[in-house]
Write a protein of this length. Structure first.
Length: 373
């Protein structure tokens, strides 16, 4: 849509933010050391007097923040952090049989967000425990946290290959699995790594020789590296914890399950409204104050199903829509009409339709999404 110079959006459509790559030491370190605060909103009279360039800078900062930096520290994330803290303390002087934590949950339930929160907390504690940590040059600085994913169709050799890539170490097709394991374990010990986060562990659930090798190699690595392992994946209902292979994990890992938030009891509804307050504070909108989203509480739970990831996606998209419209600040308000015009991912839309049908049956009246105004 064409705009005149007077009503054109003051800001940039594309971001200049340098998004770090979590799968390299340099990228992960940058992500863990970066703390982005929400931009401070000026008083509306001040905003109205701001030059266009200053409004553009503010809008760019708002768009960047709501698109990638909203962090809702729910009770489930706090539970994961507490479990990892206990495991780290339990493992501090152990030479073998170390304990770990397994974060379980469906896709979009916040597992990776929880892992990132744990990694940030662990990195912060480590860097403040050792004076001079930040003064060391990057090539001599310890690497307290490492993160990688289990590759699809994994084998033990492929898992070690992923870690070699993460650590920036060379690998060769001719390398044996034992040689790769030795290189990885020696590197992690030299880097003084205390937390290893392994994502997508459900890819190890099949009964193939490659998956069994992968589980065994991870166990062997945990015995050789004085670090705590945090696994993350969709585990419930899978075969990962079944049989002798599963016993190796189930016998040493505590489990924290990420789930949706209910909305039946008064306590659950109040808890949901508390979450809306947290997210509302993070939207960087002039027209949204604490408590404003309570009027949409029922609707937002129906749309999201109590899934925090879906809720944040919905509200952050609404915030971006408002910011780029170049509205008067007093009109930056989240309404049901605005939200109804936002389509989410295919899975979220399918789950929402199922919830609407159940709602219609339970209430014997249509619960249709209102048309966008």
């Amino acid at each position: 849509m064409a705009h005149s110079d007077d009503d054109a959006f003051a800001g940039s459509f594309f971001s200049d933010f340098d998004t770090p790559d979590l799968y390299t030491i340099a990228g992960l370190t940058k992500a863990l050391e970066t703390h982005v605060e929400p931009p401070t909103l000026p008083a509306i009279p001040v905003w109205r007097k701001m030059p266009r360039e200053e409004r553009a800078a503010l809008n760019n900062a708002r768009l960047d923040y709501v698109s990638g930096h909203i962090m809702v520290e729910t009770d489930q994330i706090l539970e994961v952090k507490a479990a990892v803290k206990k495991a780290l303390l339990s493992n501090r002087a152990r030479s073998s049989g170390r304990f770990g934590v397994l974060v379980d949950g469906e896709s979009t339930f916040g597992k990776t967000t929880a892992c990132l929160a744990v990694m940030k907390a662990t990195y912060y504690v480590y860097s403040h425990q050792y004076p001079g940590f930040y003064d060391l040059p990057p090539d001599r600085r310890p690497v307290p946290v490492v993160y990688f994913e289990i590759p699809a169709g994994s084998t033990g050799k492929a898992v070690m290959g992923q870690l070699l890539d993460c650590l920036g170490l060379p690998r060769h097709r001719s390398d044996s699995m034992s040689a790769r394991l030795a290189t990885v374990t020696n590197a992690l010990r030299e880097l003084k790594t205390v937390l290893v986060v392994v994502d997508e562990v459900h890819r190890l659930e099949d009964n193939s020789a490659g998956s069994t090798d992968s589980v065994n190699i991870l166990k062997e690595m945990s015995n050789k590296v004085p670090a705590t392992f945090l696994y993350s994946g969709k585990v419930s209902g899978s075969r990962l914890l079944v049989g002798s292979k599963g016993a190796q994990i189930a016998g040493r890992f505590s489990q924290v399950t990420m789930g949706t938030y209910g909305y039946r009891t008064d306590k659950e509804k109040q808890g949901w409204r508390d979450i809306l307050d947290i997210v509302g504070d993070e939207l960087c909108l002039f027209g949204v104050e604490r408590g404003d989203l309570h009027a949409l509480s029922d609707y937002l739970h129906l749309r999201s199903g109590g899934n925090i990831g879906t809720l944040v996606r919905l509200l952050s998209t609404a915030a971006q829509d408002l910011i780029i419209q170049n509205l008067d600040p007093t009109k930056e308000r989240v309404t049901k009409g605005l939200l109804s015009g936002i389509k989410l991912d295919i899975l979220s839309e399918e789950l929402e339709e199922r919830r609407r049908r159940r709602h219609e049956v339970d209430n014997k009246s249509p619960a249709r999404r209102p048309r966008a105004s």
